[in-house]
Write a protein that binds this ligand. Structure first.
Ligand code: COS
Length: 383
């Protein structure tokens, strides 16, 4: 595999880094402290074309490859992980509609997702009793005259209260388990849709996470995304790509943590020398830098395969589990390097430490990623 970046990939990374450092980083701390959703910032990102980086140009996206997407998202996450989660999910929603939507669905929704009119898109798969196991899903979409009646409750929905369009998964044939799931496009403000509990989260406090309640929401037949019963595959395919996004997010947070720790360690003196000269600290930072480089290689491998249309399920899960677990370890080490100061809200590392933790949980826990990787190994050995 050739790891050199094309001119386009470098340009997109530079543009994202520039926007992230100018427009996102300066107020990331304030958004975290006051739990401010980044409405203004998302609009600016949409204007810069960064809400649909890998959505095909034919639908108004940049049409960049997954490597560019990974690089840009990592820059955004480095500045503010709360913004990155919204960019990542919106890109995932745009890609899914571009790949499986009807012509009308594409024309109707993708431009509004990308130009900021929808603010963002949401992905409503999880439920109070169905997180890692989508087969336990209770939401159902019953066929009625002219369409479907949707009922159920979705949980842990990133920015579900702001999204102009939500992809909602529901059972259309409960007797078939995951093979009876279907996906629907539900617009914000649909009659019967309400926003329930907003989670009071440990991190990513500049982003909202809500419950969505669907109480007899009537959907036209044209709201079905893909075919009936295809919902689980759509979700799994989207999550494969989404996991590259979470790798980017984890690595961006990890990079910010390492930079903060190195800067602190060269400034802070104890026993008459900068603490980076103490081997215990230098070694910790060395491990962090090594993990970040290794995580990058895994993510580039997954993104490269996705761009080339090659299978990348295993690589995406490897990248997600490694990036998130190492990023959590990096933030822990970086906080340790800051000593008591790192435990206060005066230093950025305190926010990074909180923000990073969820990367081991959402879009498939570390435990689920290992299941996926194990199954792929079995498949490779037996096919
Ligand atoms: N891409 C395309 N299709 C896939 C797929 C993928 N990555 N993974 C599974 N499928 C297909 C299978 O090929 C199978 O197709 P057939 O019906 O043609 O046989 C079907 O989906 C069912 O697959 P499988 O039997 O593997 O389903 P399981 O219920 O055993 O799935 C795991 C198990 C753990 C892989 C799945 O439930 C999972 O990923 N769970 C985590 C969900 C998650 O990430 N939740 C967080 C929500 S978003 S914050």
């Amino acid at each position: 595999m050739d790891f050199s970046l094309t001119e386009e990939q470098q340009d997109i990374q530079k543009a994202a880094a520039d926007i992230a450092s100018r427009l996102l980083a300066p107020k990331a701390e304030e958004r975290d402290k006051k739990s401010i959703f980044p409405l203004k910032e998302l609009k600016l990102l949409a204007e810069a074309g960064l809400m649909g980086i890998s959505v095909p140009e034919a639908f108004g996206g940049i049409g960049a490859d997954s490597v560019s997407y990974f690089l840009a998202l990592r820059e955004i996450a480095k500045a503010d992980a709360s913004v990155a989660v919204t960019v990542s999910v919106t890109n995932m929603v745009g890609e899914l509609i571009a790949e499986f939507g009807s012509e009308e669905q594409k024309k109707e929704h993708i431009p509004k997702l990308l130009d900021g009119s929808y603010v963002c898109g949401s992905f409503a798969l999880s439920e109070p009793g169905a997180g890692s196991d989508p087969s336990a899903m209770r939401a159902k979409a019953e066929k009625v005259d002219g369409g479907y009646r949707l009922t159920g409750t979705k949980q842990w929905i990133s920015h579900g209260d702001h999204a102009g369009i939500i992809i909602v998964w529901a059972q259309t044939d409960p007797s078939k388990g995951v093979r009876g799931l279907s996906a629907f496009l539900v617009p914000k403000g649909a009659t019967g849709l309400s926003v329930g509990k907003a989670e009071d989260k440990m991190g990513l406090r500049g982003s909202t996470t809500v419950q969505l309640v669907f109480d007899d929401v009537m959907l036209p037949a044209s709201a079905l995304l893909g075919k009936e019963g295809q919902g689980f595959k759509l979700a799994m395919m989207a999550l494969d790509g989404g996991r590259i996004g979470i790798s980017a997010q984890a690595q961006g947070i990890g990079q910010a943590a390492l930079e903060a720790a190195v800067n602190y360690a060269v400034e802070r003196k104890q026993f008459d020398v900068a603490i980076i000269k103490h081997q215990a600290i230098g070694n910790m930072l060395a491990d962090c830098a090594t993990w970040l480089d290794a995580a990058e290689v895994l993510a580039l491998s997954a993104a490269y395969k996705k761009s080339k249309g090659l299978p990348f399920t295993k690589e995406a899960s490897m990248s997600k589990v490694f990036s998130s677990e190492k990023a959590v370890a990096i933030c822990d080490a970086a906080l340790q390097v800051h000593g008591g100061y790192g435990y206060t809200k005066d230093y950025e590392i305190e926010r990074l430490y909180r923000d990073v933790r969820v990367t081991k949980i959402y879009e498939g826990t570390s435990e689920i990623q290992r299941i996926v990787i194990g199954r792929q190994l079995e498949k490779e050995a037996t096919q």
